[in-house]
Design a binder for this molecule. Structure first.
Ligand SMILES: Nc1ncnc2c1ncn2[C@@H]1O[C@H](COP(=O)(O)OP(=O)(O)O)[C@@H](O)[C@H]1O
Ligand SMILES: [Mg+2]
Length: 408
């Protein structure tokens, strides 16, 4: 029977036996090595001497359980180590009996769990790192998704922009010649009328049949209204064409077709000339009060900014019904210029304010409003690195404020 002895001597597992007093009756070299004591030293000593004080009660319990239940498995006990952290050993125990059945004590085989613990610790750490990485991945994924949505959105906008640009371009040419033709027609109308008037006295020279035919033709043509109708039709058509051209121009600006030049300009000049235009178009004669502060010149796209002012002023004038005023003012503080357009018009509900930049958002009847004015304006101001803000009180009026940096 040499083999069990070999096993006992050479096993890397901790092997030991205890008597009924829990004293060492044998221990293998692996155990002595782990306990850092020689076998001679330990034989006859209580098992508790090698245990960490915190594990001694648990060691006692292991012993009692083994006696009561015939053995335990994976019973973890900490062992004292001089000058080193305690070693954790997982024991599996069994009863030691003589063949007669008389109880001798307890045998225990233990496995050093320190390495496993180490591994577990490392696993926990790795796991945490993985979780961190996962979290980061999730975050990156979310950002990517947002970027993708944005990309799709801007791609759509680009496609829409191209479409609008194409349509605007296509409309531009026929509208231009319709405009020219109408202007020509408007010029022809008085000439035609003079010609007709020159022929009119000749009617008297006609014979009865001819006169009757002429009278019939005149009645059919409703001569009474003919010239006025003709005049009105031309004028209205011209106004219609003008509206279409304005709309096309707005659309072109919206999709930024015409890159106006950057140059140095004084905002006050643009404001003043825009006010002049609005005054000339303003049939209801809403009072426009101007109040300009001295401003430093800024580098900007003056024609674009004028368009913003025109939109703000038009809206302000359109908002005023009956008695009312529009106040235009400019100011400069530190390195920002502010332009304010304030009206005493109908005002807007708070819910409307966030919608002002939406293309085609209008509360005006078809033909009066296109809903593009502010959409275009917001775009222009953004390109100038400025801000366009609105405050409004329903029934009292609206204030639009443009803020522009002096240095772009
Ligand atoms: N000064 C203002 N007072 C009251 N409402 C305004 C004012 N400015 C803009 N709005 C509201 O915002 C809408 C959008 O304006 P805008 O983009 O210029 O388009 P449009 O003038 O063609 O309707 C207007 O229809 C109007 O309801
Ligand atoms: Mg408008």
């Amino acid at each position: 029977m040499t083999e069990p002895v070999l096993l006992f001597q050479q096993s890397r597992l901790v092997m030991l036996t205890l008597d009924l007093e829990q004293r060492f009756t044998s221990l293998n070299p692996a155990a002595a090595h782990l306990f850092r004591r020689s076998a001679e030293e330990l034989l006859g000593q209580p098992f508790a001497t090698v245990l960490d004080p915190f594990s001694q009660a648990k060691g006692q319990l292991m012993f009692e359980r083994t006696l009561a239940e015939g053995g335990v498995a994976d019973w973890e006990l900490d062992h004292l180590q001089p000058d080193a952290p305690p070693v954790l050993i997982g024991y599996t125990t069994a009863l030691l009996q003589r063949e007669s059945g008389a109880l001798l004590g307890v045998s225990a085989v233990g496995r050093d769990l320190t390495r496993t613990l180490d591994l577990t610790a490392r696993l926990v750490e790795t796991n945490q790192q993985l979780e961190g990485a996962l979290l980061q991945l999730e975050r990156v994924h979310t950002t990517l998704k947002a970027t993708q949505t944005q990309l799709v959105q801007s791609e759509k906008m680009r496609a829409l922009g191209q479409l609008v640009a194409g349509v605007a371009h296509e409309i531009n040419t026929p509208i231009a010649f319709i405009g020219n033709n109408l202007a020509h027609l408007a010029g022809l109308e008085p000439k035609l009328r003079r010609l007709f008037d020159a022929y009119a006295p000749l009617k008297r020279l006609a014979d009865t049949a001819q006169r009757a035919a002429i009278a019939d033709a005149e009645a059919a043509a409703e001569l009474e209204y003919l010239w006025d109708d003709l005049h009105d039709l031309v004028v209205e058509s011209q106004q219609g064409v003008e509206r279409i051209s304005d709309l096309v121009q707005s659309l072109r600006n919206l999709v930024r077709l015409d890159e106006a030049e950057m140059k140095e300009a004084n905002i006050n000049e643009g404001l003043a000339s825009t006010v002049r235009i609005v005054r000339s178009l303003n049939k209801e004669q809403v009072e426009i009060i101007e109040q300009y502060a001295e401003l430093p010149p800024i580098v900007c796209r003056p024609s674009e900014l004028n368009q913003v002012f025109l939109n703000l002023l038009t809206n302000a004038v359109q908002a005023v019904t009956g008695e009312g005023q529009v106040r235009v003012s400019s100011a400069c503080q530190d390195d920002t210029i502010t332009v304010t357009v304030r009206d005493t018009g109908v005002g807007m509900a708070v819910e409307m304010l966030p919608r002002l930049g939406e293309p085609f958002f209008t509360t005006k009847p078809a033909g009066v409003g296109s809903g593009l004015g502010l959409a275009v304006s917001f775009g222009i101001i953004e390109r100038h690195h400025g801000r366009l803000d609105f405050t409004s009180t329903p029934g009292a009026g609206t204030t639009a404020t443009v803020t522009l940096p002096v240095q772009q």
